[in-house]
Ligand binder design. Sequence first.
Ligand code: APR
Ligand code: PHB
Length: 389
Amino acid sequence: MRVQVAIVGGGPSGLLLGQLLHKAGIDAIVLERKTREYVLTRIRAGVLERGLVELLEEAGAADRLHAESFTHNGVVFSSNNDHFDLSFDQYVNQAMTVYGQTELTRDLYDARERVGATTLFNVEDVVLNDLKTESPSIDCTVDGKSIHIDCDYIAGCDGFHGVCRQHIPNNKRKEYIKEYPFGWLGILSETPPVHNELIYSNSDRGFALCSMRNENLSRYYVQCDIKDGVDNWSDAAFWDELKHRIPEQFADTIETGPSIEKSIAPLRSFVCEPMQWGKLFLCGDAAHIVPPTGAKGLNTAASDVRYLYRALKQHYSHRDSTGLQHYSQTALARVWKVERFSWWMTSVLHRFPDQSDFDIKIQQAEIAFLQQNEAAQASLAINYVGLPY
Ligand code: APR
Ligand code: PHB
């Protein structure tokens, strides 16, 4: 089999890239380890930057998003019951779109099937060959059958636990990692959101976040111990703890209900340099991870995809490989700024086990400064709605 671009990974990164390349007349195949059904069971954040929405429009996969999503023009910050609204409109002419990543992934799969593009599922034993030559290839198996794919380029969109990043030689790859000493316990409940904007809350008992998917599907999180287990948390215990961590005004009005999904996620910051090796280009979680506090995981995958898509289009349309040559440098310049923002949000809003009283006072001063200073609010708004590509 031969394609122009072989994409490893059928998550948001791989699917968005595949759809954009198809629209540009570039032949690409997507190789996914799991099944479509399995991929669509994943529950992830759903706060989209305008850049991602525009890419989905370009990919022909934004109709349902426009029909069902919410626009958010600000967020609420809270520190021990003192809360304030931070409006984006006052500082940036940009809003955020709330639309579940699961639905976005479903829309991309539907769009891919509509155009008849090839996706192979249950793909195993992926090996990338000859990355530093003009004729790279992939060997893999599907349901035990060996498959060889010749291609011009390989997009590594296979997430943090994928294999593509490992094909960059260890002595040529530098990985930066920061593990946070806590996790996020999250639930989905078929209840109306407690507020029309997201609530980020720093409390003496730990961080909490109130979010949503639609007018009758809410998403809540509480910071938990890194060694905690979902079985330790009944729904009642979750709701009780959440109410203790958010402002009384919202604790008194929140509508609780049975969880339809409950899980604990670890928090880490991670960056792999470089993000390319010969004809291999990494996108999304394959190259970097952010703690979810800034809602930047999917949005930073999208900026990688845009850089790579534009570079490939420039190459195939104009035989100009400048974008490809500078992809890693271009993508990493934005990635590190997003890593900083996500680290800052996490550092300011969470309780750390080794935190001193001084550290807590500094956190409270950070939030107080944000509440009182327009320059601080402008900086947060610029980062939250999405840095320019
Ligand atoms: N071969 C083929 N597919 C693979 C392999 C492999 N060896 N390893 C992993 N995959 C698939 C996974 O099954 C998954 O569907 O690659 C896909 C990677 O998808 P994600 O992990 O969702 O990463 P990405 O597409 O970059 O999306 C980033 O998703 O996980 C969230 O927080 C993350 O919001 C961010 C977004
Ligand atoms: C979510 O809705 O799941 C969500 C929103 C904002 C975040 C993290 C998660 O920062």
